[in-house]
Design a protein around this ligand. Structure first.
Ligand code: PGA
Length: 254
């Protein structure tokens, strides 16, 4: 049984005051829902304040990135050890990091390893560009992004994957539920070949890219999809609550 996860990626949005206000608005209702893993990932600078607010809450806290060294002369970077004091999860290899900050398959892999060593659960993002998609290269790209020789230990340690087709992120042009299910099915078959059926069946794989309260049902109804990584819609309390509630009632009904 894979517990569904809805994770909000706030990206570079909200001041600390805004983050606190948003959490205060959502917490009471989110705390009522117990069959979905609810995760919020505010900017680094709000993590400490949000952690305080989430004392005694079932909402989990995540960061959006980390650096793979534990400490040292890396001006401006944040280490896994620093994050482990503040939160439980961390998004790694988001396509915006790959696109704007030159992250590669190799750096994402180092970050996953460092996160797990510090006791953080990674949400590793993978996905293809529009050009790759149109050239029929989706499977090839995903295979490359999921080729780590340590994959088996990552999955056993509780890594979550997020399939985010880059053409669907922030564009309002989500993949269809069927399309996302097919590609996530491919990812699961890839993990089966890599690590065996038992591990592949245990890995949570989320869909991400223009998920809203209006389209979440389409994704969560699909057998391979275990939840969503939500960007824009996670900044609106009502939208995010509705996404979590719909996920919860679908899973209850199953
Ligand atoms: P979006 O972002 O929901 O705004 O498309 C998703 C993501 O980038 O994680």
């Amino acid at each position: 049984m894979r517990i569904p996860m809805i994770a909000g990626n706030w990206k570079m949005n909200t001041t600390s005051a805004e983050a606190v206000a948003l959490v205060k608005e959502m917490r009471p209702e989110l705390d009522q829902i117990d069959n979905v893993d609810k995760v919020i990932c505010p900017p680094f600078v709000s993590l400490a304040a949000v952690k305080e607010l989430l004392k005694g809450s079932s909402i989990k806290l995540g960061a959006q990135n980390l650096y793979f060294e534990e400490k040292g002369a890396y001006t401006g970077e944040i280490s896994p050890l620093m994050l482990a004091e503040l939160c439980q999860l961390v998004i790694i290899g988001h396509s915006e990091r790959r696109q704007y900050f030159n992250e590669t398959v190799e750096t994402a892999d180092k970050k996953v390893k460092a996160a797990l060593k510090a006791g953080l659960k990674p949400i590793l993002c993978v996905g293809e560009t529009l050009k790759e998609n149109e050239a029929g290269k989706t499977e090839e790209v995903l295979t490359r992004q999921l080729s780590s020789p340590s994959a088996r230990s990552y999955y056993l340690s509780g890594l979550t994957l997020a399939y985010e087709p880059i053409w669907a992120i922030g564009t309002g042009r989500a993949a269809s539920g069927e399309q996302a299910n097919q590609t996530i099915g491919f990812i699961r078959r890839h993990i089966t070949r890599q690590c065996g059926r038992e591990i592949a069946q245990s890995v949570r794989i989320l869909y991400g890219g223009s998920v809203t309260a209006a389209n979440i049902a389409e994704f969560i109804n699909q057998p391979e999809i275990d939840g969503a990584l939500v960007g824009g819609a996670s900044l609106k309390a009502n939208e995010f609550l509705s996404i979590v509630k719909q996920t919860s009632s679908f899973k209850r009904g199953k």
